[in-house]
Design a protein around this ligand. Sequence first.
Ligand code: DGL
Length: 233
Amino acid sequence: IGIFDSGYGGLTIFDKIRAAMPGYDYIYLGDNARSPYGTRSFEVVYRFTKQAVETLFNEGCQLVILACNTASAKALRTIQQRDLPQWDPARRVLGVIRPTVELMDKISKSKHVGILGTTGTITSDSYSLEIKKMFPHMTVTGEACPMWVPLVENNEFDSPGADYFVRKHLEHILAADPEIDTLVLGCTHYPLLIEKIKAFLPEGITLFSQGEYVAASLTDYLRRHPEMDIRLT
Ligand code: DGL
């Protein structure tokens, strides 16, 4: 199983996947040399992600998880529909947006959810479109937090600068829709800011961190697809 992210952030997802399914062999690929992806165009994110998936396939992976929300938002569909059938229809590429979206109706009581993500993820509207398709009664508000990844990457996540940017985006999204009761950390780096985010979050709002849910969804996927016989013996 290959796990891909634009950089280190995807380790927050990989950690949970490996804990849930220790009986598999994993390769983690983080594109640190070219991160961040969050500010790049559709074309560039697609091209970089496609190269990463090809690399992981060449290493023998049968299944690749795009742990990166930006790559899931901008490249997954094209890879699944256009590239995969040509490469090898028996292999699979899965993302992190679908398993997150599937749980929104269950987790949110007010049916108003907020998505925190990179500029790329938010402007792609992927979360909003997917949630609306599955749960038309739900209201979705997105907030791009372009400074959060650089804060993590530069080891500034506990600085007064981080306080400013974390509070700014939380206030902004909650002002845009005061009925939000669930906020999705829609970027692999954001769990590293979770303590700071909690410190500025009003009571009664659930923070949704993807890792364990993506791991549970993958466990379920592999159970439903025994033809993907990739467990270590
Ligand atoms: N890994 C990316 C994501 O989950 C964020 C980091 C980046 O901008 O490259 O969206």
